[in-house]
Design a protein around this ligand. Sequence first.
Ligand code: F6R
Length: 610
Amino acid sequence: MCGIIAYAGHRPAVPLLIDGLRRLEYRGYDSAGVAFIQQRKIHCLKASGRLSALERTVSSFRMPLLASSGIGHTRWATHGEPNEANAHPHLSNDGGFALAHNGIIENYREIKSRLAGLGYVFYSDTDTEPLVNLIAEERKKTPDNLSAFRNALLRVDGAFALSLICLDEPEAVYAARKDAPLVVGAGTEENFIASDVTAFLPYTRNVIFLEEGEIARVTPSARAVFDLRTLEPVSRHVRKIDWDISSAQKGGYKHFMLKEIFEQPAVLRNVLAGRINPGGGKVELPELEKLPRPARIRIVACGTSYNAGLWAAPLLEQWGGIPCAVEIASEFRYRKPILGKDELVILISQSGETADTLAALKIAGASKAATLGLCNVIGSSIARGADRVVYTQAGPEISVASTKALCSQMALLAVLALHFGLRAKTFPVEKAKEELARFSQLADLLEGHLPLLRREVEPIALRAANAKNIFFLGRGQNYALAQEGALKFKELSYVHAEAYAAGEMKHGPIALVDRDFLTIALAPRDEHLPKMISNIQEVAARGGPIIMLGQPGGETTPESAQFWSIPECPPPFAGFVILPMLQLLSYEAARYLGKDVDQPRNLAKSVTVE
Ligand code: F6R
């Protein structure tokens, strides 16, 4: 995820900003930049690639670096390639403002075309450059920078954490947040703003966490927070934090995995931002504009990304109206698949570098089929190699075990299913409005329930951690989630776990069931529930211990089962709640067993070899 550091104080700002950016490196980035005011001009120095490239650019700056305020940014590309032009900060056409931005401005195309009509010129593909010019435009009509900043932000849809410098106020730095974190660091005769406290931890531990919809203005000697809508001052207490760098990088969570599990509501908001319009019953995927409707879809991926495909295939068929098959990339690449020219091959990969998926892309690319990459990392090999790419926008995933990336893949595939169904008019707009309204409420629902689920999971995880063998059972889309539950559990806790489609149990696996073989059954209230209950009864009848993830109404069946309540949420969206339950289960079990949660043995984050 992008990183922000801003400074107003008494020290040389540029080296301090670069130092702060270095502490934000762990978030992942592909370009970086700083902006500061010197000799009555805003200077933006930027470079693609590592911070060392930015340092080279800075060291060739023709003047001594005297500024004692400025903003810095590490960018993890979401709009436009990771190059120098797209790197932040962005400068307004009049040279009066420089802006760094984390998040996504959903209506940036609209803003851009309105400003282009007024004569503004754009030098990047980002959603941020229109915003800095909008601020400049608003400034023409307002007496001060604070009002101009606010007025521009009121015209913006989307998520943002912003830091802004203004040529006519060289000592001040502005910041604003909505759906993306931002924190003020309160020093003595110096103040900081950053996307996380890691950036300024060596200088101060006194912080103000900005709340949603707040603007801050800092100078070396003053800090003020305002309500973004009314510009009324807001009183905020300074808190002292005792985190060290490592816990600060994890946002106070014990592990990156836990942090990433808790980031999923934000991920859902990011994926859906600008892509769904519940009121109009529409979805927007401009990346697929000229793609003819495929006769068949083939999803190819590995591991957790494969499970995303398994989960989404029924939706692509039922909502999208297109037959869909899902294949493991390492099998697909060697079995000489027959691909038709009316077929779409979707390659799902968080890293975009997985060797087997890349090889599958090459095979598909050599056929007449169209290829579509669903990747998280911008500019990755699969993203570059596919005919088209849609980015999942989950932000960098640091924990080796994939969590939030899967959430983003599932969400994007559901949008894709609606896209196909609506475009072919096989999916009624009225029904799309209903589904999209539910979809848009998911992030809030999940955010509300995650802390409780975290507390509830402990006794359940303890029981699972003490098992020698576990079956994860499900039907329909819950079978895909059972696969993911088993994968996550074994990779983190090293306890043997297998997933089965519950209907398959009687064809062999049930022979293993005894008092020591734990079954975790995914049984939300959906069309499969009666059959799931029969399968659970069959396990119970053989003395098998059971943990059942279910919804109210199912808790009495069978009595011996330990019940864990899935927060109320209709199918297929219940999957987005069941998923973090399974992730938390594996996380807590591994933690209890003392395993290395973020870096399980024998595994790598990006599997670039066969
Ligand atoms: C499991 C996990 C792996 C990856 C798999 C594919 O937690 O992370 O199973 O999902 O190696 O990786 P990507 O999505 O990068 O192609």
